[in-house]
Design a protein around this ligand. Structure first.
Ligand code: TXA
Ligand code: MG
Length: 317
């Protein structure tokens, strides 16, 4: 398949492909998404094939107008209050909200669950693509399953050239990490995945917000159980208690003649935004090990640590 590359002025052409049931990768403020018409189960199946994504991991549906919410989700009176608070403060933006789904959303999107995750991205190209397509767009992060999310055109091109109908070329994503996912279908609102919207700001708005446990056998968010975001290089994460062990580990690698780098998130400006790109650049340079000391889990760094733990081959405590 020839992958068409669109510039920012050709969004209508890209939208035509979405309408035809094809896949188009597009930028958002968090990471690039791999989009398909959310109402078209055949189009959505193509996402799972192109990414090699497990079929039990549901997709986020992207909308451009608040009115589209009622088209795809059932909202109870109790949820409405919390939902309105969240939307008013955080949409458009890096916050995904899980609600009960309506039947128009095919089971492929929700991976058989009775809920649907919804987000309004804060990005002109993404919003216009949805508007011109005239349908909500189901989109996971644009990366081969298990790899670091695509945060710039080159990343997406490397993973999907020849496999999808189109890519909209734009600048590097501003946030560089995925959206925060909140479940409103539970008794208390649950944070399923930390991301671009701070837990602290959400907690101010929803005081009974809880963080979902990742240890249960049946995670609330199916994506939680898979290894994720990993470069080919082995990521070794040193928890706060193990910082002194970095030297021992690097000496061992030196003796074994392995290539490695030490990345200290605290010393890199805008590390959250650059993290996935740094991982991908390590692979381009064929680096074998990436050693990273942990950082305090505050603000966006809660999401950073979540991604680091999931991407690591080894956590040293
Ligand atoms: O920033 C983002 O969220 C990006 C951009 C493209 O919007 N998208 C993204 O999608 O990160 P993905 O597929 O990589 O991650 C979606 C997460 C997964 O952890 C998935 O399990 C969870 O959302 N999810 C989706 N639908 C769900 C549902 N109905 N219930 C619980 N979790 C759900
Ligand atoms: Mg992803």
């Amino acid at each position: 398949m020839i992958t068409k590359i669109f510039n920012q002025k050709q969004i209508k052409k890209a939208a035509k492909l979405i309408k035809k049931g094809e896949l188009v990768a597009f930028p958002t403020e968090t990471v690039y998404g791999l989009g398909a018409n959310a109402f078209d189960s055949n189009a959505v199946k193509k996402i799972f094939i192109a990414k090699g994504r497990p079929y039990d991991n549901p997709l986020i549906v992207h909308i451009a107008k608040k009115e589209q919410l009622n088209e795809i989700a059932k909202i109870s009176k109790k949820q409405k209050k919390n939902l309105n608070k969240l939307i008013q403060k955080f949409w458009p933006g890096p916050l995904t909200i899980v609600l009960k789904k309506k039947n128009v959303i095919p089971k492929e999107v929700s991976a058989g669950l009775d809920s649907v995750a919804i987000r309004m991205p804060n990005h002109r190209i993404a919003l216009n693509l949805i508007k011109y397509s005239k349908v909500p767009i189901a989109a996971p992060s644009a990366n081969i399953s298990g790899k670091p999310s695509g945060t710039c055109f080159q990343d997406v091109y490397d993973d999907f050239n020849g496999k999808i109908a189109g890519i909209i070329k734009s600048n590097e994503c501003k946030i560089g990490l995925e959206s925060t996912v909140i479940d409103l279908t539970t008794k208390n609102p649950l944070l399923l995945r930390p991301g671009g919207t701070d837990f602290e700001s959400l907690k101010k708005l929803l005081p009974n917000l809880k963080i979902a446990s990742e240890k249960s056998n049946k995670p609330k968010s199916p994506g939680m159980k898979y290894k994720h975001y990993s470069p080919d290089a082995k990521v070794i994460l040193f928890e706060k208690t193990a910082k002194s062990k970095i030297k021992d580990f690097s000496n061992k690698l030196k003796k074994e003649n392995k290539s490695f780098i030490l990345i200290n998130p605290k010393k890199i400006k805008n590390f959250p935004r650059k993290m996935f790109r740094i991982f991908r650049n390590c692979d381009r340079k064929k680096i074998e090990y990436v050693l990273i000391p942990a950082v305090e889990e505050r603000g966006i760094y809660l999401a950073v640590m979540n991604r680091l733990r999931k991407s690591s081959s080894k956590i040293i405590k």
